[in-house]
Design a protein around this ligand. Structure first.
Ligand code: AP5
Ligand code: MG
Length: 190
């Protein structure tokens, strides 16, 4: 069983790469952003609560996010392993993930971070915003706020996993295929 955190700022390519790696390694992909958007679309209670945070590019509160993640794990009792995309984003979430994995007698094998310069991120997201319908891609200021939130609240998790010898950095610029190869090189040696 392999459990991998695919990490990086907004627009780094987490979703793009997770889709490819889940097929290659037979892992279940959990994107907390995708689950929130699904709930917003279906106007669930969770969706209503999360919407105002996401629209502003702010983090959804930890408790809501952790409960949701836990429910997603429980939906996949026979998984061969997970790719976490967009989770954890705070120390409280990382601690909770550790406990949830322990309860399932497993653990996190690696955090792999996609490294991309900010201006490339902004360009990618503005571009996607033309067609994605994502409210948080529609406005450059919201995009920049998401990147700021990443540096202020989320980037500290690199140290969290470095201290546990689980951290790997990978260059996130190049073709999609090249980046999959770089990520695979890390996963294959775990
Ligand atoms: P989330 O959905 O996780 O969004 P994000 O982290 O802001 O990142 P994106 O999904 O925009 O980017 P990505 O890294 O997946 O890149 P992608 O592959 O799409 O979160 C959204 C919101 O939900 C948060 O702001 C927060 O409010 C809330 N939330 C989610 N999780 C939370 C949590 N744990 N706690 C609290 N709140 C939470 O690629 C981006 C673009 O670039 C695409 O157009 C793609 O085609 C393109 N691209 C990809 N790779 C390349 C490449 N190699 N070269 C050129 N272009 C590329
Ligand atoms: Mg994504």
């Amino acid at each position: 069983m392999k459990n991998i955190i695919l990490f990086g700022p907004p627009g780094a390519g987490k979703g793009t790469q997770a889709e490819r790696l889940k097929n290659k390694y037979q892992l279940v992909h959990i994107s907390t952003g995708d689950v929130f958007r699904h709930n917003i679309k279906n106007e669930t209670e969770l969706g209503k609560l999360a919407k105002s945070f996401i629209e502003k590019g702010k983090l959804v509160p930890d408790e809501l996010t952790i409960d949701m993640l836990s429910a997603e794990l429980d939906k996949n009792p026979n998984a061969n392993g997970f790719i976490f995309d967009g989770f954890p984003r705070t120390k409280a979430q990382a601690d909770a993930l550790g406990h949830l994995m322990e309860d399932k007698e497993t653990g996190i094998d690696a955090m792999i971070a996609l490294e991309v310069d900010d201006e490339i991120l902004v360009n990618r997201l503005l571009n996607r915003g033309k067609t994605s319908g994502r409210t948080d891609d529609a406005d450059e200021e919201i995009i920049r706020n998401r990147i700021k939130v990443y540096y202020n609240e989320t980037a500290v998790l690199k140290d969290y996993y470095k201290e546990r010898n689980k951290y790997y950095g990978v260059k996130g610029v190049g073709t999609v295929e090249e980046i999959t190869d770089r990520l695979s090189a890390v996963i294959d040696q775990l």
